[in-house]
Design a protein around this ligand. Sequence first.
Ligand SMILES: C[S@@+](CC[C@H](N)C(=O)[O-])C[C@H]1O[C@@H](n2cnc3c(N)ncnc32)[C@H](O)[C@@H]1O
Length: 339
Amino acid sequence: MSVDFTVSGDSCEPATVKRLGNAFCAAKLLLAAAEVGVFTELEKGPVTAGQLAVALELHPRGVPDFLAALAALGLLVREDGRYHNSAAASALLVRGKPGNLTGYLGRADRMLYPAWGRLGAALRTGQPQADDGFATVTNDPVKRNSFLSMMDAVNNQLLPGLLAAYPWSRCHSVADIGGARGNVAARLALAHPQLSATVFDLPEIEPAAQAHLTALGVADRVRYQSGDFFTDPLPTADVLILGHVLHNWAPEERAVLVKKAHDAVRPGGAVLVYDAMLDPEPTDLDRILVSLNMLLVTVGGSEYTVDDCSGWLAAAGFGDIRATAVGAADTLVIGHKSA
Ligand SMILES: C[S@@+](CC[C@H](N)C(=O)[O-])C[C@H]1O[C@@H](n2cnc3c(N)ncnc32)[C@H](O)[C@@H]1O
């Protein structure tokens, strides 16, 4: 049975409204299952609830209902009293598998879930509600790695669109501003061997970036430049990327970053901006939720429209501005600098 949490505006069914009011239970079932390692353990083979409780060192009391609920959500399959992963869980929720979402879910569990519990306070005060300020995240190695895994779980989905949206074979250099541990820069460099790539991010990210670039085999081709993008000059390149960066900041700060990007892009080059941009009258719930995440975890951030973005690009001096969809829930805006 599939579970739909939306409420038809014309329906006066108490059950559908109650189900939506309890939708946080379904989210927490998934987050807790990923946290305790249910999917990774079940990938070894089917087991009973009792056997799984022993393997994961869980108290036996809640485990049968926990697993039955995960099966009702389509994440597990029960056969002859034993549980195994559904195809979706096996593909997406097993730690260590390429493209798995456990890094994303871990960060959602530790940061977003508690922050959403304080949405009312954010709405009353306009203040972020995350337990971890960005400084804590960057300075604590465990939280930092969880944050970087979350970023990469998201930006990996955008790479096919990013590769298709720009004529990279005609480009010599790219700089990913706020490029985290260099995942996007590395994948672009791997796809286009003529590209020299720079990742610009905070000094605290550099050790994780060097490790990631080494693991991907591009440490000799992708350079890490540490700095603060508000106070330091940006690296010069044919293409600058501002990906999932502008939404972290207030509109006037976004305009400053785009102007600095224009100064750093070589004549004839371009800036690429991607975020979960909103329609002028937003209806896409996934994107609206990303914007509310920004309310909960940043001081001035939110999503914004293509027109807002085009305005910052045009004011900075970019022309021939075009927007295209990338991934399931992001928009890419490209602005060109005259030759
Ligand atoms: C939301 S992440 C986006 C990462 C990556 N571009 C992506 O698309 O997955 C924002 C990045 O901006 C970096 N950042 C935040 N403040 C910064 C600053 N003042 N100077 C340089 N980088 C900064 C963070 O460390 C983080 O890696």
